[in-house]
Design a binder for this molecule. Structure first.
Ligand SMILES: [Zn+2]
Length: 342
């Protein structure tokens, strides 16, 4: 299993990142001088001794669900953790992370044969769905799972062709991978101090980035994340013109300005570095969605921040699609940009 696959298969619903955190920790220990886990669950690694502190943030948590209620027949009601479209949930295979171990389940629905005409037209809300774990009744279900257990999409990873790969939790395990590789490739005598932070609980309010940026007080920061590729049917060009495989996206602003507004100095640095090293890149202007940079840049008296993201299809679903070229180019772009800080 390669490292990207290992990261995608690791589990880490927001607030329950222990499994993926251990993968991050192990990898960072090989490339960095100091690695620690803070009380929030962020993994923080340091490399270099320069005066200026630069923070890299890649969130390691993933969207998921949580057990809310178990009914008398042993079927499970759930809530959503993070932004999920109800329409992608039906008939997904899921894993409930219980104290007893992994419990497989299927999000059930009523077969089309039994649906009335008006039922067919309606979007079924997640509150009306249930998870079937094959339990006989509530007592039987109670033996395996408990209210409050986190639930993930069943792990999957594979390729569509030589360049395009898919997997669970692509958002943001490929960002985590980029950060790991950047830390590996940076020279030990780099002229600044680089902090790599695998952040917890991004999908539920950018929380890990908030507390870790406060602690580190960086001079500059870069978030590494995924963004929405617009190269599939149903997405108009003017909604997203980013294409998978055409280079990392350099964000100008997120959430119509409510997220990060990239500092012009960092924006220019990234674009100049890309041109200098002939790295393809795309410019991302986001109407919705935010990254860790949105909170880091408002920390204390303000931290000039930017975002590099990897265009991804079917973001926030059970299988996202990305191009390995964009991943490799993101690593190249960041390594070279970081070397520019004197
Ligand atoms: Zn993300």
């Amino acid at each position: 299993m390669n490292l990207i696959e290992e990261l995608c298969r690791a589990s880490g619903v927001s607030g329950f990142e222990k499994d993926v955190a251990s993968v991050m920790k192990k990898q960072l220990q090989e490339s960095c001088e100091k690695v620690e886990e803070d009380s929030f669950g962020n993994v923080i690694a340091r490399k270099g001794k320069g005066e200026k502190k630069i923070m890299l943030a890649a969130h390691m948590d993933e969207i998921g669900l949580m057990v809310k209620h178990i009914n008398e027949k042993g079927f499970i009601s759930f809530i959503k953790i993070g932004g999920i479209d109800d329409r992608i949930l039906l008939n997904q295979r899921v894993i409930i992370k219980s104290r007893e171990g992994d419990v497989p389940g299927i999000i059930g629905s009523k077969p089309p044969h039994l649906q009335k005409d008006d039922e067919r037209k309606k979007v079924i809300k997640h509150g009306d769905m249930f998870i079937d774990i094959g339990a006989k009744d509530r007592k039987d279900a109670d033996k395996k799972i408990a209210v409050g257990d986190p639930i993930l999409f069943e792990a999957n990873y594979g390729s569509l062709n030589k360049k395009l790969f898919y997997g669970k939790a692509i958002d943001n395990r490929i960002g985590c991978y980029v950060m790991l590789k950047v830390m590996e490739k940076l020279p030990r005598d780099i002229k600044s101090t680089i902090y790599a932070v695998a952040t917890a609980q991004e999908e539920v309010g950018l929380k890990g980035a908030r507390v870790s940026a406060f602690k580190l007080e960086p001079d500059y920061a870069f978030a590494i994340d995924t963004t929405i590729a617009g190269d599939t049917p149903q997405i108009k060009e003017n909604e997203s013109d980013l294409k998978v495989g055409e280079g990392p996206a350099i964000t100008i602003t997120e959430a119509s300005g409510r997220g990060v507004v990239t500092h012009p100095k960092l924006r220019d640095l990234l674009i100049k570095t890309a041109k200098k090293h002939k790295i393809p890149y795309q410019v991302d202007v986001l109407e919705g969605g935010m990254t860790d940079a949105a909170i880091i840049y408002m920390t204390r008296a303000g931290v000039p921040s930017g975002v590099i993201s990897i265009p991804c299809r079917y973001i926030h679903s059970s299988s996202g699609v990305f191009s390995i070229d964009d991943v490799n180019n993101s690593i190249k772009l960041l390594v070279n940009a970081l070397k520019e800080f004197k």
